[in-house]
Design a protein around this ligand. Structure first.
Ligand code: ATP
Ligand code: MG
Ligand code: MG
Ligand code: MG
Length: 432
């Protein structure tokens, strides 16, 4: 945990500054970052939640490689179309390869190699893998990096109606995912860009430092998240949820319609900056036709499958969560993604009673599956508190000789509330 006391000069936005100061990441080359232990714990918590919600929605995980063959991308026509964002590589046999910026081509190749009949549909496959895009202007740390982590999922259906159900499943899964990450993400009508197609939403977090200009109805911020009990096999239930979440105005700059926005009551009109944390597309048969991913339909005729793709940026999310949760002293993690739940501060390492109490508390918490970061360093108390505030763990538990003599330890929430002197037992009861 290489903590920096000073704000690094190169960091322009608060999340970047705090990630560097808290020792979460380290830049190894422009737009290329190492995830240090504390940062990796956050990243892993984010991907765990993404996985849980993907699985709940019926998507199945696989893992595709980072390096792909240029010839695969020639089949879809995107090898030439993609331009300079694609990192192109030659191996020792002079074969043209690339570091994948996305995986539509590869997943289509995998699909067509084994799925032949409509009876095997629908299919929804996802992976969580590093991507490379040679961004013109990598900046803001992992918010816009060149190498970044993406959860990308792909759906395959017999027809447009089926694809719509798959799309809706992902809308609902995404709403749940972002809410569990402690974020208010709004699905906004979006341009489909180089991926193509005609139905697309970006999931946007409102933030002053966001790179997108967005326009929406403010009531979205009060909408209730779909429950975990949603039946992902019930197309009507899914459509109802998606209808509600797309019932009010919400659009990114490219899709913005001044006239439609003017119809939103003035006090509800939100014109703001936003961070794109997810993006979903339905693109019909764009890849299945060019790459010949056909299945035999119920009438015995071969038809190209209807596809959609669904992306989330876990590494960008780590930064977006900090943009949404911090104060002057540092990060304020939502419980679900915090690298540790509890920061245990030993005020007098070497003092036998204090060490024993800390060891006992540490053992009891960890045996209950609670992640505890134990600070038994010789730093001054003030420095330890500053570090705990900086790294933003939900709970701080301070143990020192004076308190112990009075039978108490000090418990404090990072997201507000005063420090309370409580007995060890009641502190444990609050944390477990
Ligand atoms: P942007 O508009 O920010 O360039 P994009 O539209 O090019 O993003 P998509 O192709 O839609 O990105 O990728 C899906 C998700 O991957 C994005 O919503 C975002 O969360 C993440 N992502 C894309 N590019 C980056 C990047 N350079 N660094 C970090 N995350 C990224
Ligand atoms: Mg981009
Ligand atoms: Mg975009
Ligand atoms: Mg996008």
């Amino acid at each position: 945990m290489p903590i920096l006391r000073e704000a690094p000069k190169e960091a322009e936005i608060v999340s970047h500054r705090l990630m560097l100061r808290a020792g979460m990441i380290r830049q190894e080359a422009a737009g290329i970052y190492a995830w240090l232990p504390l940062g990796l714990r956050v990243l892993n918590n984010i991907t765990r939640i993404i996985r849980e919600e993907q699985e709940r929605a019926g998507s199945v995980e696989l893992l595709m490689p980072t390096i792909q063959l240029a010839d695969l991308w020639r089949e879809s026509g995107r090898y030439d179309a993609y331009g300079k964002e694609m990192l192109r590589i030659r191996d020792r046999h002079d074969r043209e390869m690339l570091y994948g910026p996305t995986n539509e081509e590869m997943v289509t190749e995998i699909f067509r190699s084994s799925v032949r009949s409509y009876k095997d549909l629908p299919k929804n496959l996802y992976h969580i893998q590093w991507k490379f895009r040679d961004e013109v202007r990598p900046r803001f740390g992992v918010m816009r990096s060149r190498e970044f982590l993406m959860k990308d999922g792909y759906s395959f259906d017999l027809d447009a109606a089926g694809a719509r159900v798959s799309y809706n499943r992902m809308v609902v899964a995404y709403l749940r995912t972002f809410a569990r990450l402690g974020l208010k993400a709004i699905p906004m009508a979006a341009d489909t860009g180089p991926i193509g197609g005609d139905l697309s939403h970006e999931f946007i977090i409102l933030a002053k430092t966001g790179e997108s200009e967005v326009f929406c109805h403010s009531d979205y911020l009060e909408f209730a998240t779909p429950e975990a009990t949603v039946n992902f096999d019930d197309a009507a239930e899914l459509q109802g949820l998606v209808d509600r979440w797309t019932s009010l105005y919400a659009a990114t700059e490219e899709k913005h319609d001044e006239a439609a926005f003017a119809a939103v009551p003035e006090d509800k009109r939100l014109s703001a900056r936003g961070i794109e944390v997810g993006h979903i597309f339905y693109f019909g048969t764009k890849y299945s036709e060019s790459m010949k991913a056909y299945v035999t339909g119920p009438d015995g005729k071969d038809v190209p499958v209807h596809m959609g793709s669904y992306g989330i940026g876990p590494s960008r999310l780590a930064a977006a969560i900090i943009e949404a949760g911090h104060d002057d002293a540092g990060i304020i993690w939502p419980d679900a993604v915090a690298p540790f739940k509890v920061g245990l501060v030993n005020l007098k390492p070497g003092d036998q009673a204090t060490d024993a109490a800390c060891d006992d508390i540490y053992a009891k918490l960890t045996s209950q599956g609670i992640d505890v970061l134990y600070d038994d360093t010789d730093d001054r108390a003030g420095a330890k508190f500053a570090t705990m505030d900086l790294i933003g763990l939900p709970w701080r538990l301070v143990v020192g000789p004076k308190g112990l003599a009075a039978g108490t330890v000090e418990l404090k929430r990072r997201d507000g509330g005063a420090a309370e002197a409580v007995s060890i037992d009641s502190a444990l009861a609050r944390l477990i």
